[in-house]
Design a binder for this molecule. Structure first.
Ligand code: FEO
Length: 397
């Protein structure tokens, strides 16, 4: 268990979780695993920036011991309360009993309510600094990015930003830096992370990036608490965050559906033919076969969405409900959508979908499309036209 040198006196001492496949209670599929990044700053005084998820405590401590005796740790910077970054603190404190925990007021409250420890805690104000000797740690409050307690730590001497969850990715790898991994995979995981965790907080993301720009922080390295460290081009991920937060997306349409006996599926396949006829990229997802967090990631980067369902009990198939509910929580901006589906007698699924899309704040274009029982040849043609017309609307903006 070797630490990884980030800079002279700055070491990655975290852990790689190769096996985790679901995060945040099955709301986020992590098929590439994750890492819990903890950083040791060795100076006249030593600080540990965040810790790891408890099952990985031993791994982190073994790495720390390769650099210093853990009893030398004087500060534990708790940028965030969530257990994947804090649940090893009590065990570190057994080895470093004089260490003081540093964080926000909300962090103190959160840690006390999670671990019930009588810990030495120092609350820091936004912009406050602590000197370690040659380096100073500057604390930047980042409330709701993504919890009320969230905070970034910045080391001006190195231009090193330690933003905890922000700019992270769930990506387990033996490599630690952006220039060592496949950049497409890295950006794919960074986008998924943004979509699932930060998308509903986009206004705050923009504001925090503007705050950092106004502070004039010169950022050379971004070392988040999950995944890869951005050292070759840290501005790339900041620009990507701004783009995602502002709703920048491609001319691309997602078709998400479920079907009872194949009629809605027949419609979906004809619809994508219509979209393709306009040269527009489209992706077809049937629920529940695709993980919702993967669809959400695709939707972050697409302008259009078509949702289809057969009707059951005057509403949608229940397999679509979690996806539509997730959209309501994400409140995506600058998207257009509409609905389609088959029915036998009363109908109702399409209306239900439209209402749910509107509740999510998505612009619903009309008309939607319904077919009774099985689509015949002329109805299949209508589905193709429907897809083509929707693509044209998206192109026109
Ligand atoms: Fe990675 Fe919000 O914890």
């Amino acid at each position: 268990m070797q630490p990884v040198k980030v800079l002279d006196g700055v070491y990655w001492v975290g852990a790689v979780d190769w096996d985790i496949r679901n995060f945040h209670g099955f709301t986020y599929s992590t098929r590439r695993g994750t890492t819990y990044n903890s950083y040791l700053i060795v100076d006249k005084k030593t600080a540990l920036i965040d810790s790891v998820y408890r099952p990985f405590t031993e791994e982190m401590i073994e790495r720390i011991k390769k650099i210093i005796d853990p009893s030398r740790i004087e500060y534990i910077i708790a940028n965030h309360v969530e257990k994947d970054h804090s649940s090893a603190i009590s065990e570190i404190l057994e080895l470093a009993p004089k260490a003081k925990i540093i964080g926000t007021t909300q962090c103190k409250e959160g840690l006390e309510k999670h671990y019930f420890g009588d810990w030495d805690f120092q609350i820091v104000k936004n912009g406050e600094e602590i000197s370690l000797g040659n380096r100073k740690l500057k604390f930047i409050h980042a409330p709701m990015l993504h919890w009320p307690d969230s905070m970034f730590t910045f080391i001006e001497k190195d231009g090193l930003l330690l933003p905890n969850d922000a700019f992270g990715q769930h990506l387990a790898t033996s490599k630690r830096f952006d220039d060592e991994v496949d950049s497409n995979i890295l950006m794919e995981e960074a986008a998924k992370y943004y979509a699932v965790i930060l998308w509903p907080l986009s206004k705050l993301v923009i504001k925090k990036i503007e705050d950092i720009q106004q502070l004039g922080l010169k950022i050379n390295i971004i070392a988040p608490s999950h995944g890869i460290i951005w050292r070759s081009d840290p501005i790339k991920i900041i620009k990507s965050y701004l783009g995602w937060a502002k709703g920048d997306a491609k001319d691309k349409i997602l078709v998400v559906y479920d079907t009872m006996w194949g009629s809605t599926e027949k419609m979906a396949r004809a619809i994508i033919e219509g979209i393709n006829s306009k040269g527009i990229e489209t992706v077809l997802f049937r629920l529940p076969f695709t993980d919702i967090s993967d669809i959400i990631k695709e939707f972050l980067e697409a302008k259009g969405l078509l949702v289809g369902s057969s009707t059951i009990n005057n509403g949608i198939l229940h397999t679509l409900a979690p996806f539509l509910e997730e959209l309501q929580g994400l409140k995506p901006k600058k998207k257009i959508a509409t609905a389609f589906g088959s029915y036998g007698w009363g109908g109702g699924a399409v209306k239900d979908i439209e209402e749910k899309l509107k509740k999510a704040g998505i612009t619903v274009t009309s008309p939607s499309l319904t077919v009774k029982w099985v689509p015949n040849k002329s109805e299949v043609r209508k589905c193709i036209e429907f897809g083509r017309d929707f693509a044209e609307k998206m192109i026109r903006g």
